[in-house]
Design a protein around this ligand. Structure first.
Ligand SMILES: Nc1ncnc2c1ncn2[C@@H]1O[C@H](COP(=O)(O)OP(=O)(O)OP(=O)(O)O)[C@@H](O)[C@H]1O
Length: 587
């Protein structure tokens, strides 16, 4: 129960609901107990009528009174049971909501490294499946525990009052029932977890095969895919059947044990009646109702125990993530002004998970309003520089300053607010094009969106779609071409009009003519702003104020286009190669 203590703050928050719910539960049980007592009275009335100690009128009125009490009490108990669920179960939904929000807010604070070292499925499971299991503890388990405790205490008092000996014999099978249900619940849980695993394997497989349908069709591997699907579906079916087998034992076991208890009541009660130890046969009827009333709550003890164990395991998994401290912390709360002066001073950086040293002793600087182009072979560390400017990672040694302030002494929110980032893989949400562009500036007007799209050279494409800017993009924007996706992603950064623009090889899928137009617009928009362009093309770098060339995490060349084309090295080779490819004077 140690892990579940995390929920105590929520129980405290909703204490009023819980207290009211508990009181309602206890009162509801008290009303339920009218039935057995009045059934006994009916039996006594029948006995008296046959003994002729009461006449028919008295008998009828006794009978009517008992029936009315039973109906009235049942209606009140039913109403109270409704309110019991409305309070306690609702609290569990509130707690589920709060816990999901707590986990989500925490996830958002965690650094990229966290997302790299944990699978997305795992993150999703903890916020959905695990929270659901914890809710079962905060709601149904709590409700049934209060219910069982209240009923048990009250019923046992009534039973002992009526006949202590009969009580002893009839409650003996109940703990056995509880243990059996506990064992069954555990087994059911074990098998349903396996069923869930197979279901998620099946859905992942199906999802992937639909997302990659073009590859499957192009390679003609539909038959093999069908065979794989059939095999997975078969395994899933077998697991479901194995679960159903254990579930099938649940009710027969309960019926068997209730039957045994009923038989014991009839046999022992009957003997006691014959020996004159109990006053009326009505006591046996009363006991039969008590035993049946107790059976379900006692069975739930086993069920609740297994729910609590599952919730404890789930909360442990949730707590593991909640305890992780974000690696990148925003320690500065006051507002910091960001300009575009960026300087790297002997910066080295190693990725913790792969131990790859991506940058070694890097130094360069750019002034506000300047454009820096970074070129270099793949894997040379270009994207890493952009990630470090956005402080997605903290460096190992050296310093990065923005307006002469070390980056970790800037307010992180201000820093990220002043950056417009266009990643290598343009990620678009399954929403309209307009919303995707407005993502960069939530309060942008339609005109702002159109202007940004024009500057990113994608406006003409968008207006050709039937629904224009309201065109909804499919999963990962599949209705757009690679180049269109890149340009929508650029428009998203342009609309933000940030102090610092980071473009990570985001013009690779557009033709050189469009690239030129975008870059022209960029220099227009980014007047007075700093831009860092990562590229594999000289055409993207040639107008930059400064160009650096990276190789294996080190700067190997630095200068302007005019100076670098005259120096033997990577830049000159790239320039000549691309020149010969385009057949023009300037690539
Ligand atoms: N998130 C990461 N985790 C671990 N290692 C990484 C990560 N990102 C990059 N690396 C490694 O760091 C090195 C530099 O990568 P980086 O992405 O900065 O290169 P790049 O020059 O941008 O390459 P490309 O031109 O292919 O995009 C590579 O060896 C890469 O494998």
């Amino acid at each position: 129960m140690k892990e579940l203590q995390h929920l105590n703050k929520y129980f405290y928050k909703y204490r009023t609901h819980l207290i009211i719910g508990s009181i309602i539960t206890i009162v509801a049980r008290l009303f339920l107990l009218y039935t057995p007592r009045y059934v006994k009275k009916i039996f006594i009335a029948i006995e008296k009528y046959f003994d002729k100690s009461i006449d028919e009128t008295v008998f009828r009125s006794d009978l009517l009174e008992a029936i009315l009490y039973i109906i009235g009490a049942a209606i009140i108990a039913a109403l109270l049971t409704f309110f019991m669920r409305q309070t306690i179960i609702n609290v569990s939904r509130y707690i589920e909501y709060d816990l999901k929000n707590e986990i989500y807010a925490h996830y958002q604070k965690l650094s990229l490294n966290f997302y790299k070292s944990n699978r997305t499925g795992d993150l999703m499971n903890r916020i959905t499946e695990d929270v659901s299991r914890v809710r079962m503890y905060a709601g149904p388990a709590l409700m049934y525990s209060i219910n069982t405790l209240a009923l048990f205490v009250i019923v046992i008092i009534y039973m002992v009052n009526a006949s202590p000996k009969l009580t002893l014999y009839t409650v003996v099978p109940l703990p056995i029932l509880s243990v059996i249900i506990y064992k069954l619940s555990k087994e059911i849980h074990k098998r349903s977890t396996i069923v869930q695993e197979y279901l998620s394997k099946l859905s992942t497989f199906t999802q992937e095969s639909f997302s990659g349908i073009s590859v499957i069709k192009a390679y003609g591997i539909e038959p093999q895919t069908s065979v794989n699907f059939k095999e997975l579906a078969k395994q899933s079916k077998e697991k479901q059947i194995s679960l159903a087998k254990v579930q099938a034992w649940f009710f027969p076991t309960m019926i068997l044990l209730i039957g045994t208890s009923n038989l014991l009541v009839i046999y022992i009660g009957g003997m006691q009646y014959i020996n004159g130890e109990i006053e009326s046969i009505g006591t046996i009827a009363e006991f039969i109702i008590y035993v049946n009333m107790l059976t379900w709550p006692v069975a739930t003890v086993g069920w609740v125990t297994s729910i609590v164990q599952q919730a404890e395991a789930s909360q442990k998994r949730i707590n593991e993530f909640l305890k992780i401290e974000p690696e990148i912390k925003n320690t500065i709360t006051q507002h910091t002004e960001i300009t575009g002066d960026i300087a790297f001073n002997k910066v080295s950086f190693t990725y913790g998970d792969t131990n790859i040293q991506a940058l070694k002793d890097i130094s360069f600087s750019i002034k506000e309003g300047q454009t820096l182009a970074i070129l270099g072979k793949t894997g040379s560390g270009k994207s890493t520089i952009l990630d470090l400017i956005g402080r997605l990672y903290d460096i190992d040694s050296g310093s990065i300053t923005i307006n002469n302030t070390p980056i970790n002494q800037l307010n992180l929110n201000d820093l990220r607010d002043s950056i417009g980032y266009v990643p290598q893989d343009a990620f678009l949400f399954s929403d309209s094009i307009k919303t995707n562009i407005k993502f960069g500036k939530q309060d942008a007007t339609d005109n702002d969106v159109i202007e940004a799209a024009k500057n990113a050279q994608v406006h003409k494409n968008i207006v050709k779609f039937n629904k224009g800017y309201d065109t909804v993009l499919g999963e990962r924007g599949i209705t757009l071409s690679g180049g269109q996706k890149q340009r929508v992603s650029i428009a998203r950064a342009f609309i933000k009009s940030p102090k610092i623009l980071l473009l990570d090889d985001c013009l690779s899928a557009v033709d050189t003519e469009t690239e030129e137009k975008i870059l022209k617009n960029l220099s227009k928009i980014s007047k007075g702003k700093t831009a860092v362009i990562v590229s594999h093309r000289v055409s993207s770098a040639k107008n930059a104020d400064k160009i650096i060339v990276l190789d294996q995490g080190k700067i190997v060349q630095e200068g302007t286009h005019d100076s670098l084309i005259n120096i033997e090295g990577y830049y000159q080779h790239l320039y000549l190669k691309q020149l010969s490819e385009t057949g023009k004077n300037t690539p």
